[in-house]
Design a protein around this ligand. Structure first.
Ligand code: PLP
Length: 471
Protein backbone atom coordinates (compact mmCIF):
# COMPACT_ATOMS: atom_id res chain seq x y z
CA UNK A 1 0.00 0.00 0.00
CA UNK A 2 1.19 3.50 -0.77
CA UNK A 3 2.52 5.50 2.17
CA UNK A 4 -0.03 7.79 3.77
CA UNK A 5 0.58 11.46 2.93
CA UNK A 6 0.80 12.55 6.59
CA UNK A 7 3.14 9.71 7.42
CA UNK A 8 5.37 10.79 4.54
CA UNK A 9 5.39 14.33 5.94
CA UNK A 10 6.16 13.05 9.44
CA UNK A 11 9.15 11.03 8.28
CA UNK A 12 10.28 13.82 5.96
CA UNK A 13 10.63 16.11 8.98
CA UNK A 14 12.21 13.34 11.01
CA UNK A 15 14.81 12.60 8.35
CA UNK A 16 15.75 16.24 7.97
CA UNK A 17 16.19 16.33 11.75
CA UNK A 18 18.33 13.23 11.55
CA UNK A 19 20.51 14.61 8.72
CA UNK A 20 20.92 17.92 10.55
CA UNK A 21 22.09 16.15 13.71
CA UNK A 22 24.23 13.73 11.72
CA UNK A 23 26.11 16.50 9.94
CA UNK A 24 26.67 18.52 13.09
CA UNK A 25 27.66 15.47 15.14
CA UNK A 26 30.04 13.78 12.71
CA UNK A 27 32.94 14.25 15.12
CA UNK A 28 31.41 11.45 17.20
CA UNK A 29 31.72 8.83 14.44
CA UNK A 30 34.87 6.95 13.42
CA UNK A 31 35.77 8.39 10.01
CA UNK A 32 36.40 5.04 8.36
CA UNK A 33 33.81 2.36 9.01
CA UNK A 34 35.18 -0.16 11.47
CA UNK A 35 33.22 -3.19 10.22
CA UNK A 36 34.76 -6.36 8.82
CA UNK A 37 33.98 -7.74 5.34
CA UNK A 38 30.58 -9.45 5.32
CA UNK A 39 29.54 -7.99 8.68
CA UNK A 40 26.73 -5.85 7.26
CA UNK A 41 25.51 -8.48 4.81
CA UNK A 42 25.22 -11.06 7.58
CA UNK A 43 22.74 -8.79 9.39
CA UNK A 44 20.47 -8.42 6.36
CA UNK A 45 17.72 -10.89 5.49
CA UNK A 46 18.73 -12.90 2.41
CA UNK A 47 15.20 -12.70 1.01
CA UNK A 48 12.98 -9.66 0.38
CA UNK A 49 9.99 -9.07 2.70
CA UNK A 50 6.69 -10.41 1.39
CA UNK A 51 4.66 -7.79 3.25
CA UNK A 52 5.47 -4.10 3.45
CA UNK A 53 7.22 -3.03 6.66
CA UNK A 54 6.75 0.11 8.72
CA UNK A 55 8.93 3.13 8.07
CA UNK A 56 9.70 3.18 11.80
CA UNK A 57 11.26 -0.27 11.53
CA UNK A 58 13.10 0.51 8.29
CA UNK A 59 14.51 3.73 9.76
CA UNK A 60 15.60 1.94 12.92
CA UNK A 61 17.43 -0.68 10.85
CA UNK A 62 19.07 2.07 8.85
CA UNK A 63 20.48 3.53 12.06
CA UNK A 64 21.42 0.20 13.64
CA UNK A 65 22.66 -1.80 10.67
CA UNK A 66 23.60 0.56 7.85
CA UNK A 67 25.21 3.48 9.65
CA UNK A 68 27.95 1.35 11.29
CA UNK A 69 28.96 0.30 7.79
CA UNK A 70 29.18 3.86 6.50
CA UNK A 71 32.52 5.59 6.02
CA UNK A 72 31.76 9.21 6.79
CA UNK A 73 32.82 11.24 3.78
CA UNK A 74 31.48 14.48 5.26
CA UNK A 75 33.51 14.06 8.46
CA UNK A 76 35.70 17.06 9.33
CA UNK A 77 38.68 14.70 9.65
CA UNK A 78 38.12 13.22 6.19
CA UNK A 79 41.52 13.49 4.54
CA UNK A 80 41.36 10.45 2.24
CA UNK A 81 41.37 10.25 -1.59
CA UNK A 82 39.74 13.52 -2.63
CA UNK A 83 36.57 14.63 -0.86
CA UNK A 84 33.02 14.19 -2.16
CA UNK A 85 31.56 17.22 -0.44
CA UNK A 86 27.90 17.84 0.04
CA UNK A 87 26.43 20.96 1.63
CA UNK A 88 23.07 21.99 3.09
CA UNK A 89 21.79 23.73 -0.08
CA UNK A 90 22.88 20.79 -2.20
CA UNK A 91 21.12 18.27 0.06
CA UNK A 92 17.93 20.32 0.02
CA UNK A 93 18.05 20.55 -3.77
CA UNK A 94 18.53 16.77 -3.99
CA UNK A 95 15.40 16.35 -1.89
CA UNK A 96 13.44 18.49 -4.32
CA UNK A 97 14.98 16.62 -7.28
CA UNK A 98 13.89 13.31 -5.81
CA UNK A 99 10.44 14.73 -5.06
CA UNK A 100 9.96 16.01 -8.60
CA UNK A 101 11.33 12.74 -9.95
CA UNK A 102 11.83 14.13 -13.44
CA UNK A 103 13.80 12.18 -16.01
CA UNK A 104 15.43 14.88 -18.09
CA UNK A 105 16.49 13.11 -21.26
CA UNK A 106 15.16 15.74 -23.69
CA UNK A 107 13.99 19.33 -23.48
CA UNK A 108 10.28 18.51 -23.43
CA UNK A 109 10.67 16.04 -20.56
CA UNK A 110 11.45 19.10 -18.39
CA UNK A 111 12.30 22.34 -20.15
CA UNK A 112 13.48 23.93 -16.88
CA UNK A 113 16.03 21.17 -16.34
CA UNK A 114 17.54 21.64 -19.81
CA UNK A 115 17.56 25.43 -19.66
CA UNK A 116 18.82 25.61 -16.07
CA UNK A 117 21.65 23.23 -17.01
CA UNK A 118 22.61 25.54 -19.87
CA UNK A 119 22.63 28.61 -17.62
CA UNK A 120 24.40 27.06 -14.63
CA UNK A 121 27.14 25.54 -16.78
CA UNK A 122 27.73 28.95 -18.32
CA UNK A 123 28.00 30.36 -14.78
CA UNK A 124 30.58 27.69 -14.00
CA UNK A 125 32.52 28.52 -17.16
CA UNK A 126 32.70 32.14 -16.05
CA UNK A 127 33.55 31.21 -12.47
CA UNK A 128 36.57 29.17 -13.59
CA UNK A 129 37.61 31.56 -16.35
CA UNK A 130 37.37 28.94 -19.11
CA UNK A 131 37.54 30.36 -22.64
CA UNK A 132 34.42 32.12 -23.91
CA UNK A 133 32.47 29.95 -26.30
CA UNK A 134 33.10 26.70 -24.43
CA UNK A 135 29.76 25.02 -23.78
CA UNK A 136 28.99 22.89 -20.75
CA UNK A 137 26.94 19.81 -20.04
CA UNK A 138 26.61 17.77 -16.85
CA UNK A 139 27.95 14.21 -16.86
CA UNK A 140 27.73 11.84 -13.93
CA UNK A 141 31.47 11.52 -13.32
CA UNK A 142 34.84 12.61 -14.69
CA UNK A 143 35.37 9.04 -15.88
CA UNK A 144 32.29 9.29 -18.09
CA UNK A 145 33.28 12.76 -19.31
CA UNK A 146 36.74 11.48 -20.26
CA UNK A 147 35.19 8.53 -22.09
CA UNK A 148 32.91 10.96 -23.92
CA UNK A 149 35.95 13.07 -24.84
CA UNK A 150 37.85 10.01 -26.11
CA UNK A 151 34.90 8.89 -28.21
CA UNK A 152 34.50 12.36 -29.72
CA UNK A 153 38.24 12.56 -30.38
CA UNK A 154 38.03 9.16 -32.08
CA UNK A 155 35.22 10.36 -34.34
CA UNK A 156 36.99 13.62 -35.15
CA UNK A 157 40.16 11.71 -36.05
CA UNK A 158 38.23 9.39 -38.40
CA UNK A 159 36.03 12.05 -39.94
CA UNK A 160 33.09 10.52 -38.04
CA UNK A 161 33.58 7.15 -39.70
CA UNK A 162 34.44 4.98 -36.70
CA UNK A 163 30.86 5.23 -35.41
CA UNK A 164 29.58 3.92 -38.76
CA UNK A 165 32.17 1.47 -39.92
CA UNK A 166 34.29 0.68 -36.87
CA UNK A 167 37.96 1.56 -36.44
CA UNK A 168 39.99 0.63 -39.52
CA UNK A 169 43.46 1.44 -38.16
CA UNK A 170 44.81 2.17 -34.70
CA UNK A 171 44.56 5.62 -33.16
CA UNK A 172 46.94 6.65 -30.40
CA UNK A 173 46.17 8.42 -27.11
CA UNK A 174 48.74 10.18 -24.90
CA UNK A 175 48.61 11.00 -21.19
CA UNK A 176 51.20 11.47 -18.48
CA UNK A 177 52.40 8.54 -16.43
CA UNK A 178 50.53 10.16 -13.51
CA UNK A 179 47.17 10.24 -15.31
CA UNK A 180 44.06 8.85 -13.62
CA UNK A 181 43.06 5.25 -14.27
CA UNK A 182 39.85 6.46 -15.96
CA UNK A 183 41.96 7.30 -19.02
CA UNK A 184 43.14 3.71 -19.36
CA UNK A 185 39.56 2.50 -18.83
CA UNK A 186 38.27 4.94 -21.46
CA UNK A 187 40.95 3.96 -23.97
CA UNK A 188 40.07 0.30 -23.48
CA UNK A 189 36.32 0.66 -23.90
CA UNK A 190 36.40 3.33 -26.63
CA UNK A 191 38.14 0.84 -28.88
CA UNK A 192 41.58 2.48 -29.07
CA UNK A 193 43.13 -0.56 -27.43
CA UNK A 194 45.26 -0.48 -24.32
CA UNK A 195 48.41 -0.93 -26.46
CA UNK A 196 47.73 2.42 -28.08
CA UNK A 197 47.90 4.45 -24.89
CA UNK A 198 51.29 6.12 -24.38
CA UNK A 199 52.34 7.19 -20.91
CA UNK A 200 54.51 10.30 -21.19
CA UNK A 201 57.25 10.80 -18.57
CA UNK A 202 56.91 13.51 -15.94
CA UNK A 203 59.32 16.04 -14.45
CA UNK A 204 60.35 16.50 -10.80
CA UNK A 205 56.93 17.98 -9.99
CA UNK A 206 55.19 14.95 -11.61
CA UNK A 207 53.89 17.07 -14.52
CA UNK A 208 53.98 15.87 -18.13
CA UNK A 209 57.16 16.84 -20.03
CA UNK A 210 55.89 18.45 -23.26
CA UNK A 211 59.04 17.65 -25.28
CA UNK A 212 58.58 13.95 -24.44
CA UNK A 213 55.00 14.18 -25.70
CA UNK A 214 56.20 15.72 -28.95
CA UNK A 215 58.82 12.96 -29.34
CA UNK A 216 56.24 10.22 -28.74
CA UNK A 217 53.84 11.70 -31.29
CA UNK A 218 56.62 12.00 -33.90
CA UNK A 219 57.71 8.43 -33.24
CA UNK A 220 54.18 7.08 -33.74
CA UNK A 221 53.75 9.09 -36.92
CA UNK A 222 57.00 7.65 -38.30
CA UNK A 223 55.65 4.17 -37.53
CA UNK A 224 52.57 4.99 -39.62
CA UNK A 225 50.22 5.19 -36.62
CA UNK A 226 47.66 7.95 -36.22
CA UNK A 227 47.96 10.07 -33.06
CA UNK A 228 44.46 11.23 -32.05
CA UNK A 229 44.15 12.59 -28.53
CA UNK A 230 46.11 13.94 -25.57
CA UNK A 231 44.71 13.91 -22.04
CA UNK A 232 46.34 16.52 -19.81
CA UNK A 233 45.67 16.59 -16.08
CA UNK A 234 45.29 19.63 -13.86
CA UNK A 235 45.74 18.19 -10.39
CA UNK A 236 46.79 14.55 -10.70
CA UNK A 237 45.26 12.07 -8.30
CA UNK A 238 48.49 11.07 -6.61
CA UNK A 239 50.00 14.50 -6.01
CA UNK A 240 47.90 17.23 -7.79
CA UNK A 241 50.59 17.87 -10.41
CA UNK A 242 49.64 20.31 -13.17
CA UNK A 243 50.44 19.39 -16.77
CA UNK A 244 51.43 22.61 -18.61
CA UNK A 245 48.54 23.33 -20.97
CA UNK A 246 50.23 26.02 -23.08
CA UNK A 247 53.07 23.90 -24.55
CA UNK A 248 50.89 20.77 -24.66
CA UNK A 249 48.19 22.71 -26.52
CA UNK A 250 50.74 24.02 -29.01
CA UNK A 251 51.87 20.43 -29.72
CA UNK A 252 48.26 19.31 -30.13
CA UNK A 253 47.55 22.12 -32.55
CA UNK A 254 50.67 21.42 -34.59
CA UNK A 255 49.81 17.73 -34.93
CA UNK A 256 46.03 18.17 -35.18
CA UNK A 257 45.28 16.28 -31.93
CA UNK A 258 42.27 16.55 -29.64
CA UNK A 259 43.24 18.00 -26.25
CA UNK A 260 41.13 16.83 -23.32
CA UNK A 261 41.77 18.22 -19.83
CA UNK A 262 41.00 16.24 -16.69
CA UNK A 263 40.74 18.75 -13.84
CA UNK A 264 38.42 16.53 -11.79
CA UNK A 265 39.59 17.79 -8.42
CA UNK A 266 41.75 20.88 -8.94
CA UNK A 267 39.49 22.55 -11.49
CA UNK A 268 37.51 24.10 -8.64
CA UNK A 269 40.64 26.02 -7.58
CA UNK A 270 40.30 28.14 -10.73
CA UNK A 271 37.52 30.04 -8.95
CA UNK A 272 40.44 31.79 -7.26
CA UNK A 273 42.20 34.47 -9.34
CA UNK A 274 45.51 33.39 -7.79
CA UNK A 275 45.03 29.85 -9.17
CA UNK A 276 43.93 30.80 -12.68
CA UNK A 277 47.46 30.12 -13.91
CA UNK A 278 46.51 26.45 -14.17
CA UNK A 279 44.34 27.39 -17.18
CA UNK A 280 47.07 29.21 -19.08
CA UNK A 281 46.83 27.88 -22.63
CA UNK A 282 43.18 26.79 -22.24
CA UNK A 283 42.34 28.41 -25.58
CA UNK A 284 43.75 25.30 -27.28
CA UNK A 285 41.68 22.87 -25.21
CA UNK A 286 38.96 20.87 -26.97
CA UNK A 287 37.29 19.45 -23.88
CA UNK A 288 37.58 20.00 -20.14
CA UNK A 289 36.09 18.26 -17.13
CA UNK A 290 35.98 19.09 -13.44
CA UNK A 291 33.88 17.71 -10.62
CA UNK A 292 31.70 20.04 -8.56
CA UNK A 293 31.05 16.81 -6.61
CA UNK A 294 34.57 16.91 -5.28
CA UNK A 295 35.49 20.38 -4.08
CA UNK A 296 32.49 22.53 -5.02
CA UNK A 297 30.12 21.34 -2.32
CA UNK A 298 27.67 19.65 -4.70
CA UNK A 299 26.51 16.14 -3.78
CA UNK A 300 27.93 13.25 -5.72
CA UNK A 301 27.33 12.93 -8.62
CA UNK A 302 27.89 16.04 -10.67
CA UNK A 303 30.65 16.43 -13.20
CA UNK A 304 30.90 19.53 -15.42
CA UNK A 305 32.09 18.83 -18.94
CA UNK A 306 32.91 21.66 -21.36
CA UNK A 307 33.55 21.45 -25.08
CA UNK A 308 34.76 23.90 -27.68
CA UNK A 309 32.73 22.31 -30.49
CA UNK A 310 29.37 20.94 -29.32
CA UNK A 311 28.67 19.96 -32.93
CA UNK A 312 31.38 17.28 -32.81
CA UNK A 313 30.03 16.01 -29.50
CA UNK A 314 26.47 15.79 -30.79
CA UNK A 315 27.55 14.17 -34.04
CA UNK A 316 29.27 11.47 -32.01
CA UNK A 317 26.30 10.67 -29.79
CA UNK A 318 23.09 11.70 -31.57
CA UNK A 319 20.36 9.20 -32.29
CA UNK A 320 16.94 9.90 -33.79
CA UNK A 321 14.47 7.19 -32.96
CA UNK A 322 10.94 8.12 -33.93
CA UNK A 323 9.62 7.89 -30.37
CA UNK A 324 11.98 10.66 -29.17
CA UNK A 325 11.23 13.15 -31.95
CA UNK A 326 9.47 16.39 -31.03
CA UNK A 327 8.57 19.34 -33.19
CA UNK A 328 11.04 21.50 -31.28
CA UNK A 329 14.31 19.67 -31.83
CA UNK A 330 15.85 22.43 -33.94
CA UNK A 331 15.13 25.08 -31.29
CA UNK A 332 16.25 23.40 -28.07
CA UNK A 333 19.08 21.45 -26.47
CA UNK A 334 18.31 17.75 -26.09
CA UNK A 335 21.04 16.61 -23.72
CA UNK A 336 20.43 12.95 -24.55
CA UNK A 337 22.75 13.65 -27.52
CA UNK A 338 25.52 15.11 -25.35
CA UNK A 339 26.65 11.91 -23.69
CA UNK A 340 26.27 8.19 -23.31
CA UNK A 341 23.01 7.49 -21.52
CA UNK A 342 19.52 8.47 -22.58
CA UNK A 343 17.98 9.02 -19.14
CA UNK A 344 19.33 11.95 -17.14
CA UNK A 345 18.96 13.07 -13.56
CA UNK A 346 18.11 16.72 -12.85
CA UNK A 347 21.56 17.58 -11.54
CA UNK A 348 21.58 21.27 -12.45
CA UNK A 349 19.22 22.07 -9.59
CA UNK A 350 21.74 21.28 -6.85
CA UNK A 351 24.44 23.29 -8.61
CA UNK A 352 22.05 26.23 -8.88
CA UNK A 353 21.26 25.99 -5.18
CA UNK A 354 24.94 25.74 -4.21
CA UNK A 355 26.15 28.63 -6.37
CA UNK A 356 23.27 30.89 -5.30
CA UNK A 357 23.48 29.98 -1.65
CA UNK A 358 27.25 30.47 -1.24
CA UNK A 359 27.81 32.97 -4.03
CA UNK A 360 31.11 32.94 -5.90
CA UNK A 361 32.79 34.73 -3.00
CA UNK A 362 31.53 32.20 -0.46
CA UNK A 363 32.94 29.33 -2.51
CA UNK A 364 36.23 31.17 -2.99
CA UNK A 365 36.53 31.67 0.74
CA UNK A 366 36.14 27.96 1.47
CA UNK A 367 38.59 26.84 -1.23
CA UNK A 368 41.13 29.46 -0.15
CA UNK A 369 40.88 28.31 3.44
CA UNK A 370 41.55 24.68 2.45
CA UNK A 371 44.62 25.80 0.52
CA UNK A 372 45.81 27.72 3.59
CA UNK A 373 45.41 24.60 5.76
CA UNK A 374 47.47 22.60 3.28
CA UNK A 375 50.24 25.22 3.27
CA UNK A 376 50.25 25.15 7.06
CA UNK A 377 50.52 21.35 7.06
CA UNK A 378 53.27 21.44 4.45
CA UNK A 379 55.34 23.74 6.67
CA UNK A 380 54.95 21.39 9.64
CA UNK A 381 56.18 18.51 7.49
CA UNK A 382 59.14 20.52 6.23
CA UNK A 383 60.16 21.58 9.73
CA UNK A 384 59.94 18.09 11.27
CA UNK A 385 63.18 16.11 11.04
CA UNK A 386 61.44 12.72 10.76
CA UNK A 387 59.16 13.70 7.88
CA UNK A 388 59.72 14.47 4.23
CA UNK A 389 57.57 16.40 1.76
CA UNK A 390 57.11 14.28 -1.37
CA UNK A 391 55.54 16.66 -3.93
CA UNK A 392 54.79 20.35 -4.47
CA UNK A 393 51.67 21.64 -2.74
CA UNK A 394 49.69 23.81 -5.16
CA UNK A 395 46.20 23.07 -3.87
CA UNK A 396 44.99 21.34 -0.73
CA UNK A 397 46.72 17.96 -0.95
CA UNK A 398 49.98 17.27 0.87
CA UNK A 399 52.07 14.19 0.06
CA UNK A 400 54.55 13.23 2.75
CA UNK A 401 56.29 10.30 4.35
CA UNK A 402 58.12 9.35 7.48
CA UNK A 403 61.83 9.22 6.68
CA UNK A 404 64.43 8.38 9.28
CA UNK A 405 67.15 7.81 6.72
CA UNK A 406 66.66 4.10 6.07
CA UNK A 407 66.28 2.66 2.59
CA UNK A 408 63.07 2.96 0.56
CA UNK A 409 62.00 -0.62 1.13
CA UNK A 410 62.09 -0.16 4.90
CA UNK A 411 60.48 3.28 4.64
CA UNK A 412 57.68 1.93 2.46
CA UNK A 413 56.84 -0.60 5.12
CA UNK A 414 57.15 1.94 7.92
CA UNK A 415 54.79 4.37 6.21
CA UNK A 416 52.29 1.65 5.43
CA UNK A 417 52.24 0.77 9.13
CA UNK A 418 51.93 4.41 10.11
CA UNK A 419 48.95 4.92 7.79
CA UNK A 420 47.13 1.85 9.04
CA UNK A 421 47.73 2.78 12.66
CA UNK A 422 46.30 6.26 11.99
CA UNK A 423 43.20 4.93 10.23
CA UNK A 424 42.57 2.32 12.88
CA UNK A 425 42.03 5.05 15.46
CA UNK A 426 38.90 6.15 13.57
CA UNK A 427 39.92 9.73 14.33
CA UNK A 428 41.16 10.49 10.83
CA UNK A 429 41.08 8.83 7.44
CA UNK A 430 44.04 9.29 5.10
CA UNK A 431 45.06 7.27 2.05
CA UNK A 432 48.30 6.57 0.20
CA UNK A 433 49.86 6.49 -3.22
CA UNK A 434 53.28 5.75 -4.65
CA UNK A 435 55.47 8.35 -6.31
CA UNK A 436 58.46 6.97 -8.23
CA UNK A 437 58.03 3.72 -6.33
CA UNK A 438 58.03 5.38 -2.91
CA UNK A 439 55.08 4.78 -0.59
CA UNK A 440 53.59 8.17 0.19
CA UNK A 441 50.85 9.26 2.60
CA UNK A 442 48.35 11.74 1.17
CA UNK A 443 46.39 14.21 3.27
CA UNK A 444 43.65 15.90 1.23
CA UNK A 445 42.34 18.83 3.25
CA UNK A 446 39.21 19.83 1.39
CA UNK A 447 36.15 18.85 3.40
CA UNK A 448 33.60 21.61 3.89
CA UNK A 449 33.39 20.78 7.57
CA UNK A 450 37.15 20.77 8.27
CA UNK A 451 38.39 23.51 10.56
CA UNK A 452 41.95 24.41 11.49
CA UNK A 453 41.70 22.45 14.73
CA UNK A 454 41.00 19.24 12.81
CA UNK A 455 44.16 19.71 10.78
CA UNK A 456 46.18 20.41 13.94
CA UNK A 457 44.70 17.34 15.64
CA UNK A 458 45.57 15.23 12.61
CA UNK A 459 49.18 16.42 12.69
CA UNK A 460 49.44 15.74 16.43
CA UNK A 461 48.10 12.24 15.87
CA UNK A 462 50.48 11.62 12.96
CA UNK A 463 53.55 12.74 14.92
CA UNK A 464 52.61 10.73 18.00
CA UNK A 465 51.90 7.54 16.00
CA UNK A 466 55.16 8.10 14.08
CA UNK A 467 57.07 8.37 17.37
CA UNK A 468 55.52 5.05 18.52
CA UNK A 469 56.51 3.36 15.27
CA UNK A 470 60.06 4.68 15.33
CA UNK A 471 60.57 3.56 18.95
N1 PLP B 1 40.47 12.23 -12.70
C1 PLP B 1 41.16 12.57 -11.61
C2 PLP B 1 42.38 13.43 -11.73
C3 PLP B 1 40.73 12.12 -10.36
O1 PLP B 1 41.42 12.44 -9.27
C4 PLP B 1 39.58 11.32 -10.28
C5 PLP B 1 39.08 10.83 -8.98
O2 PLP B 1 39.56 11.13 -7.94
C6 PLP B 1 38.90 11.00 -11.45
C7 PLP B 1 39.38 11.47 -12.65
C8 PLP B 1 37.67 10.15 -11.45
O3 PLP B 1 36.58 10.88 -11.03
P1 PLP B 1 35.11 10.28 -11.09
O4 PLP B 1 34.92 9.48 -9.86
O5 PLP B 1 34.23 11.49 -11.15
O6 PLP B 1 35.01 9.46 -12.33
Amino acid sequence: MDMDKELFRKFGYKFIDWVTDYLSGLDNFPVRSQVKPGEIRSQLPPEPPGQGESMEKIFQDFKDTIIPGITHWQHPSWFAYFPANNSPPSILAELLTAGIGAQCMIWQTSPAAAELEEVVLEWLRQMLGLPEGMTGVIQDTASTATLVALLTAREKATDFNANQKGLKSPLVVYASEETHSSVEKGVKIAGFGRENLRYIPTDDSFAMIPSKLDEAVEKDKKKGLQPACVVATLGTTSSTAVDPLAPIGEICRRHGLWLHVDAAYAGTAAVLPEKRWILEGAENVDSFVFNPHKWMLTNFDCSAYFVKDPGALIRTFEIHPEYLKTGLDSQVKNYRDWGIQLGRRFRALKLWFVIRSYGVEGLQKIVREHIRFAQMFKEWVEKHEAFELMAPVDFSLVCFRLNDGRNDEVLNDLNKRLLESLNQTGKVFLTHTTLRGKYVIRIAIASRTTQERHVREAWDLITSKAAEILK
